[in-house]
Design a protein around this ligand. Sequence first.
Ligand code: APR
Length: 167
Amino acid sequence: MVEIEVIQGDITKLKVDAIVNAANRSLLGGGGVDGAIHRAAGPELRKACIPFGGCETGEARITPGFRLLSKFVIHTPGPVYIDGLHDEPELLRNCYLNSMDLAEKNGCESIAFSAISTGVYGYPKKAATEIAVETVSKFPCQSVKKVIFCCFGDEMLKIYQEVLAGK
Ligand code: APR
């Protein structure tokens, strides 16, 4: 049984096997959590991403964590929210599915997610949280024993706690 935990904090400080970065399709860094992760990991992270030649929305790529406490970083570009009618829900679900898949394939026992697409990409927070919780809860984990949803602000923390309680 996978343990799911919700915390408030900075994902770059977590000592877990993998942290999941809300990246953009270039995979070359940016603002928000992407910027924080690249700053904390150091320049090798960007260098490790260059060979991927970018990543499609909903797909995921894995690299070492370099100077981070986490062994790996899983990079997944979330959808930019338009109106919910441009496959945003399915693309966001794919971010969580493909990230969990990479964690399993790399023998991770613990993984921490940032709230993908809920910042700059404007995904409605509650809907995004419902997709995150539902997708991860239903994932057939073997190696992954613990999933942490790492909320930066207290608004997201509250939403995650509500969704998990109501779940
Ligand atoms: N730790 C954990 N969560 C964080 C951190 C952090 N250090 N910094 C920000 N967050 C949270 C935000 O509060 C938000 O809830 O991560 C969530 C995702 O927000 P963004 O980082 O804006 O990511 P997203 O909405 O997916 O937009 C991605 O923004 O930063 C650029 O390069 C990125 O172009 C991409 C776009």
